[in-house]
Design a protein around this ligand. Sequence first.
Ligand code: UDP
Length: 435
Amino acid sequence: MNQKLALISEHASPLAVVGGVDAGGQNIAVAELAQQLARLGYEIDIFTRWENEQLPQLVDWKSGIRVVHIQAGPVSILPKEELLPHMAEFMANFVQFARSEEKPYGLIHAHFFMSALVAADAKKILNIPFAITFHALGKVRRISQGDSDKFPAERFAIEERVIREADQLVALCPQDRDDLINLYDADPGKITIIPNGFNPDEFYAVGKSLARTLLKMDPDEFTILQLGRMVPRKGIDTVVQAVACLKKKYGRKTRLLIVGGESDAPNPAVTPEIGRLQHLVELEDVADCVTFVGRRDRNLLRYYYSAADVFVTTPWYEPFGITPLEAMACGTPVIGSRVGGIQYTVIDGQTGLLVPHKAPDALAEKLHLLIQQPQLRKDLRTRALRRVHQDFTWLQVAQKTALMYQQLGVARPVSLGVAKTLRDAIPTAQLSRSA
Ligand code: UDP
């Protein structure tokens, strides 16, 4: 079957600037997966909603990859929670584009539930298989966010329908697979675990003292990094409270760098979560310990990761979590909450440390342990570097994805080598955990 693929990612464009409320891991995942698939020889079109009139509808993005902006509702930025009513128009315009192409698509890979809805309807017309990576599941989100989850209630029924109709489902980690089975009654035989990844050309250790010099940071201060989208569910308040606990209970003054937001200078007017956290910083009396950095370009992130003594991420839930991989790739030990994909990438006591979410005292205790034990930091670093390079580069992710496409009848391009079967491609530990 045709090696020309349609990747649909209705709200997360590979061209977006990442770090704000609605642009994060999914944008990175779609962009990186597409680039590695193109490198393997596939022809890739990425379909995303047209939200910026300055951009043409058809962009020749990189060799072998086009980004197609599909009109669906007003050509302006809308929160992802408001996009569902525009998906019928997205579907019609996507099908029209697909039919106008000389060479047909061999398969649709949908990212997120709304793209999956488009794919399920398009399949009936175009008669091609489709796979879904959800990136986040509505029921998991609702359990942890309750009423603050503003997605329409139809999301659950749509997810149930597309899970039934999809030809393959990608789970990002064993927890994601369990959620698909236990919360949605998904057929286990249709699920393949394929994680997200990191880019080794972007994320590598640059040396702590060099990184700190470049970022004009204190050379000696014990530094904790928090980096990612600034939304309440990321649990950044827990990190602030842990820093306060370190100061009060353990008498340790540390530096917490908080990177992320909608603007390069931290601005509560455009990133409300920054305002909420600034208030908490005052309340906890740690203004002397916490620095809000703002959003930073991707080509600077390795310096932030490398400059830190420890990277902390304590979300309430996490479908996968790319940032711990990036930190590990830069040789920085990770403390993460024992949720979702973090408990899969971070092996407690081996490649990092895990704590319960919303538990600042437990986090402070682990931070104190790392402050006191430089040898433990070194050991975690060595094992983490090995783990991420063994299993989590985007090239490895694309190879596993290519094997899944093959199961759906899309022949592998000749340049694809390395793993011969799906079992070869997936690490044994992953298979036994998910069994
Ligand atoms: N990110 C970034 N700039 C920022 C903050 C975050 O480029 O200022 C990137 C980060 O490096 C990572 C992605 O956004 O690649 C976040 O992905 P993750 O899976 O950790 O979280 P999500 O955004 O999916 O919730």
